[in-house]
Design a protein around this ligand. Structure first.
Ligand code: A2R
Length: 318
């Protein structure tokens, strides 16, 4: 018999087809009146599929007493209260590794786009400036520069490895030093920010990293420094970042994530030294397919084999 599954957020046609083979799907977006739905059906729901942005609200967690598994589409799961889920015996899964390359590529794309003023130069051609004014002003190279990676996990390591092709000098900051890492470790983030040209942020979101990149860190990075954020908007103090950019205390920024997406501070729209993308680091056809397949696999395996492929670390012992 098919299990009842609540789908929070959207899923691709390929995921829907795969889910439909094993589950009775209830789509939150199509439900008229969540309270009534949970009263009538909450106790039937054994599985939830969601994403890192939508997560699972307390109302849904409390209204699904027989929930057994939550499968998150995305590596970041800060929108899910994992400890509350675990306390209920609910295992939470996510989709690590399959997105390492595209997120790393996005970080490097932002470094290049900011430093080489890609958008300005594209506009230089389209606007006729090239014919009217001649060559575009010179830009800055990323070649051989020092890059500080904040969060040297699966994605941070991938960024570091790829930046070796640009002869970058890689250093990193995490809470725990990685003895096997070839890169120089900084226990103090401000000290690292003082020493680097680029600060690339790729930690998880959540309470432990909230506003980790604060005014002091941005002042240390300085007027020639570039901040790249492909982690979560919450990891950077956004209001302080806007001020620092406006006052020239921080040189440049390449941002894929924001504190209150899809709201983006409009002050950033005017800045030529900033490149903005709408949280698309993993958003390629190839990577999103792999993430979707893993999201489905975790749920299907749980009910067929009693185990999952990629639990979040907190649930690895369940
Ligand atoms: O601190 P450690 O030793 O646990 O190292 C982790 C680091 N990290 C932090 N670094 C500094 N301060 C913190 N409060 C802090 N919390 C965690 O971030 C580790 O080196 C890294 C996370 O690596 P992974 O767990 O392998 O995550 P992955 O797959 O690289 O993805 C990172 C994030 C996702 O959570 C999404 O928010 C985003 O990338 O797409």
């Amino acid at each position: 018999m098919k299990k009842d599954m609540l789908l929070i957020g959207s899923a691709t046609p390929r995921m829907m087809e795969a889910f439909a083979a094993d589950f009775e799907i209830h789509e939150l977006d199509k439900i008229d009146g969540l309270v009534n739905f949970l009263t009538a059906n909450g106790s039937k729901i054994e599985a939830i599929a969601t994403n890192g942005h939508a997560g699972v609200s307390k109302q849904i967690m409390d209204g699904t007493p027989n929930l057994r598994v939550i499968s998150c589409y995305g590596v970041g799961y800060d929108a899910i209260d994992v400890l509350a889920a675990k306390a209920k015996g609910v295992i939470v899964t996510h989709t690590p590794n399959v997105l390492n390359n595209d997120v790393a590529n996005t970080a490097i794309m932002l470094m290049l786009a900011v430093s080489r003023r890609l958008l300005r130069d594209d506009q230089w051609v389209r606007s006729g400036n090239w014919k009217a004014k001649g060559n575009a002003p010179l830009t800055t190279s990323i070649e051989g520069k020092r890059v500080g990676i904040v969060g040297l996990g699966r994605i941070g390591e991938t960024i570091a490895r790829k930046l070796e092709a640009f002869s970058c000098d890689i250093v990193y900051h995490t809470r725990n030093q990685k003895p096997e890492s070839p890169y120089r470790y900084y226990a103090d983030l401000v000290e690292m920010a003082k020493d680097v040209d680029y600060l690339v942020v790729i930690t998880p979101g959540g309470a432990s990293t909230n506003k980790l990149v604060n005014r002091d860190v941005m002042n240390a990075l300085g007027p020639q420094g570039t901040l790249i954020n492909v982690a979560r908007g919450t990891v950077v103090d956004e209001a302080e970042m806007v001020k620092a950019l406006r006052e020239g205390r921080l040189g440049n920024a390449g941002l894929d994530v924001f504190e209150a997406e899809p709201q983006v501070p409009e002050a950033l729209f005017e800045m030529e030294n900033v490149v903005l993308t709408p949280h698309v680091a993993s958003a390629t056809v190839e990577t999103r397919q792999a993430m979707g397949d893993l999201t489905v696999e975790n749920l299907v395996r749980f009910f067929k084999e009693g185990k999952v492929t990629s639990p979040v670390p907190e649930c690895a012992d369940m």
